[in-house]
Design a protein around this ligand. Structure first.
Ligand code: HEM
Length: 128
């Protein structure tokens, strides 16, 4: 038995799950559900921005840190880290993608996060 296991026999949506079964959330399915996302198989980071590019859009169904009792305890720290990392990079460099067309192809692999199919070639131009 692990921390992620059921503590007793139970039934979810008609499926019987015995005691001590390891249960994990299938975020891959959730984050590529065509009922929720337009073109879920395409890698389009801009989908998280408003059309004028000024606001970050929030989606209830986007839960990279999961939710509930076992959600990521480091979420706040991770968000601050990612913000500081990118802001300090962008303050020093102008960044452009050389092979921007590959952004539309998403890697076919079953993991928790989406990644472009091919390596993204970035150019960093030092800001003066
Ligand atoms: C982008 C960065 C991160 C992502 C996407 C992420 C995502 C996740 C996910 C999906 C879980 C599993 C939740 C579950 O099973 O219900 C988790 C658990 C956890 N994360 Fe993170 N995490 C990140 C960064 C961090 C950082 C920076 C820390 C600590 C400094 C951290 C500490 C933990 C811990 C301790 C758990 C286990 C919580 C528990 O089982 O009660 N994570 N994280």
């Amino acid at each position: 038995m692990t921390n992620y296991s059921t503590t007793k026999d139970t039934t979810v949506l008609g499926h019987f799950i015995p005691k001590d079964t390891r249960v994990i959330v299938n975020t891959y399915a959730l984050h590529s559900d065509p009922k929720v996302w337009d073109t879920p198989k395409e890698f389009i980071p801009n989908r998280f921005l408003s059309s004028d590019g000024k606001k970050v859009l929030k989606y209830e169904t986007f839960i990279p840190f999961l939710i509930g009792k076992r959600s990521c305890i480091g979420e706040t720290l991770a968000r601050v880290e990612v913000f500081l990392y990118f802001v300090s990079l962008l303050q020093r460099y102008r960044v452009s993608a050389k092979n921007v067309d590959i952004m539309s192809a998403i890697a076919k692999r079953l993991t928790m996060n989406a990644k472009p199919k091919d390596d993204l070639i970035l150019e960093f131009h030092k800001r003066l």
